[in-house]
Design a protein around this ligand. Structure first.
Ligand code: ADP
Ligand code: MG
Length: 684
């Protein structure tokens, strides 16, 4: 409908100033405004007589303005308007601070409804800065019902927001086109779309809020699930994968590893091997905490592909990690005659062409790279298995691209970020899940402490002790989201400062995202060989880096990191047999930051941390929808709405039975909505 696409600037109540505020909230048109839902509601349906009021309570009263008592400009920046209001039981004083405009809105003898907190003032009870509505004669006041509360309305009063919403809903006038097929509406007992959109903002009862919310949550989850299943359908075409039945030499290889696999590694490996031997493409997610030994499992799977005269690919989220994998794979597999290649952005053109040629000709067995590996025009000779490490950095989108390359490899994804099963269904469609729930023997808990920035000297003094006993240290500098350049500069400054103060007797190295690959490689090599004692780094070391002699990590401005990220970072230490430490330096201000640090101090268990993270951040952000190129949830909350999600999933199942490719030809309006909502999203 045209109306929905109407620019927000033409709406009554939106001036140029408000317009720019709305843009910040990503509200550009009428539809965006309608889909900017209340965060909560206030039930103002309980009104009281003035005589019944008590200090401290928040109530609604009806009354008549007796007159204005005061209109003062006390000093610059403080303006007071005071009124006297009466009902048939008594009088109360109403005070507005810094709301000069009320003067033009309220006059004697107006009937008024007020909602606010009662305070004991100098002259008896008063109500301060209430929300109010002048009630014209014969008109029903709306303020006495359930009132929406909007979040992130900086620069707007709730009243202004409410009035804009009202204008919009009046304009739209129940004309939003219903895209949901009748049969789905009936089956799931949904209310109509217009009803939902109107009543989610202005319900007449809490029951209506429930009904409206159910509909909107259902829609949001259904559309997301449909889009994901559609991508999955593209990914998993009916084509078969190559069954990798040959196991010659695999057991010997495993027996000659420098360590024994843990029970959990063995179990997971068996699950993978079984999948690989089948023609049905493997789609398996391996979850395992930081340091649980996922890499070796992947290496064994890749080796199995090679034994079967096929190629394998291993993708990592960063070049540093790709290089590190390259080193460990070479170490373990080159002696077995496996040819390994590293494809990263920094290769010279000639080198790259040469490598691509070899991959195409089948002269390389295992190719390692960043996600550039799938974006570039790599042609394989006989690709049978693709492993992606630290899947949370890879999206559904990337997997779709891979499948579209015409190869139909088995897919193994590895992640240290565990997610509950239902959520996995949302994000990964039908991936099978294996869990490595055991750490290799001999690991000690990493002792974690939060210290304020003022106490940082203590951290560095302690670090010296570790250094003196031959250990190595990471110092992690905060992520600067806006600019890699600023981030690099900050890291450089910290490195220089530390090198000339606390750590002047040691070699301090620097690592950040702005450095050339060669330089990074050089630094990592030196750190691995203990030629660098202290590595000052940005979050580029977040995933995968493995230097067991590093036993201490100091994280600067830890309050800027999320839980999952802190856990990943911390996982860089505690990789050997020695006691390891993690110090979180912070400006202990916000409650969330404090909570995070407490959680980090109290547990090393990635699954526990992940659950807490989910609680704190909410699933939208947790799942990184935006990272996957998907819009954030506007109303659904996967924690709260698990039941709706299950309904949605069974509804999708039902559609699939009739329409296995989810063409949605039977439901054209739903299809249009889906395509409009996810416009530009790969694979639709
Ligand atoms: P992650 O699961 O975080 O990717 P890695 O695969 O990097 O963990 O393994 C962490 C470290 O543990 C590596 O040094 C690896 O060699 C070692 N490791 C893996 N499995 C075992 C095992 N079964 N016994 C001892 N050490 C192991
Ligand atoms: Mg890893």
């Amino acid at each position: 409908m045209e109306m929905l696409k109407k620019d927000i600037q033409y709406i009554k109540g939106v001036g140029p100033k408000k317009l720019s505020l709305l843009k910040k909230l990503k509200i550009f048109n009428v539809e965006d405004m309608i889909y900017h839902f209340p965060r909560d509601y206030e039930n103002r349906s309980f009104s009281k007589k003035i005589i019944e009021l008590k200090p401290g309570e928040k109530v609604t009263i009806y009354g008549v303005i007796v007159g204005q008592r005061q209109s003062l400009k006390v000093r610059k920046g403080l303006n007071i308007n005071r009124y006297l209001v009466k009902d048939d039981s008594g009088f109360i004083s109403i005070t507005f601070f810094n709301q000069p405009y009320v003067k033009n809105k309220l006059k004697a003898n107006d009937s008024i409804m007020l909602n606010g907190k009662i305070k004991m003032g100098l002259q008896g009870l008063e109500m301060v800065n209430p929300v109010f509505e002048v009630v014209n004669q014969g008109e029903n006041p709306t303020l006495d019902t359930i009132v929406p509360i909007y979040s992130s309305t900086d620069g707007f009063t709730q009243n202004q927001m409410i009035s804009i919403k009202k204008n919009i809903l009046q304009m739209v006038n129940d004309d939003v086109v219903e895209y949901m097929p009748e049969i789905i509406i009936e089956k799931n007992k949904l209310c109509g779309l217009n009803f939902a959109l109107k009543r989610i903002h202005f319900p007449t009862s809490l029951q209506e809020v429930k009904i409206a919310r159910y509909r909107l949550v259902f829609d949001e989850l259904l559309l997301l699930q449909l889009v994901l299943v559609r991508i999955k359908k593209k990914v998993i075409s009916s084509k078969n994968s190559i069954p990798l039945k040959n196991n010659e030499g695999l057991v010997q290889f495993i027996n000659h590893l420098p360590f024994q696999l843990t029970g959990a590694q063995k179990t997971v490996l068996q699950e993978i091997i079984k999948d690989l031997e089948d023609v049905t493409p493997m789609n398996r997610l391996v979850q395992g905490d930081v340091g649980s030994g996922k890499t070796i499992v992947a290496i064994i799977a890749l080796y199995k592909a090679v034994i079967n005269s096929c190629q394998g690919a291993l993708m990592a989220p960063t070049e540093i990690l790709a290089e590190q994998h390259y080193t460990s794979l070479k170490q373990l597999l080159e002696p077995m005659g496996v040819r390994i290649g590293l494809l990263i952005g920094s290769l010279t053109k000639t080198k790259k062409l040469e490598l691509l040629e070899k991959i195409k000709e089948g002269q390389i067995d295992i190719i390692i790279g960043t996600h550039a590996l799938i974006q570039e025009s790599v042609e394989f000779q006989r690709l049978a298995l693709v492993v992606t490490d630290e899947q949370h950095r890879f999206g559904v989108r990337q997997r779709a691209i891979l499948a579209e390359k015409g190869e139909n490899p088995h897919i193994l994804v590895m992640t240290a970020t565990p997610i509950p099963r239902t959520l996995a269904l949302i994000l990964y469609g039908d991936l099978d899940i294996s869990i490595i729930d055991e750490l290799p023997p001999g690991r000690k808990e990493i002792k974690t402490h939060g210290l304020t920035q003022e106490e940082k000297e203590r951290a560095y003094e302690f670090a010296k002790k570790e250094l003196n006993s031959g250990r190595q240290i990471y110092v992690v500098c905060p992520l600067v989201e806006e600019s890699e350049v600023i981030e690099a500069k900050a890291a450089t400054d910290i490195a220089e400062e530390l090198a000339s103060t606390f750590f002047q007797d040691y070699t301090v190295g620097l690592l950040h995202g702005k450095m050339k690959t060669k330089e990074k490689e050089e630094i990592m090599k030196k750190f691995t060989k203990n030629e660098i004692n202290v590595l000052v780094s940005t979050t580029v070391i977040e995933v995968g880096v493995n230097v067991p002699n590093a036993t201490m990590m100091i994280i600067e401005n830890a309050e800027r990191f999320g839980l999952a990220q802190l856990h990943q970072l911390r996982g860089r230490v505690g990789r050997g047999h020695s006691q390891s430490y993690c110090i979180l330096l912070h400006n202990n201000k916000s409650k969330i930051a404090k909570d995070r640090i407490k959680i980090m101090e109290s547990t090393n268990d990635g699954f526990v941390i992940s659950e807490k993270d989910l609680e704190i951040r909410g699933p939208g952000e947790f799942l990184g929808l935006r990272q996957h190129g998907l819009p954030d949830f506007k109303i659904a909350n996967l924690l709260k709405h698990m039941k709706v999600l299950k309904r949605v999933q069974s509804q999708v199942e039902e559609i699939l039975q009739e329409d296995p490719l989810l063409s949605l030809d039977k439901y054209p309006s739903l299809k249009t909505k889906l395509e409009e909502k996810f416009k530009g999203f790969e694979g639709i």
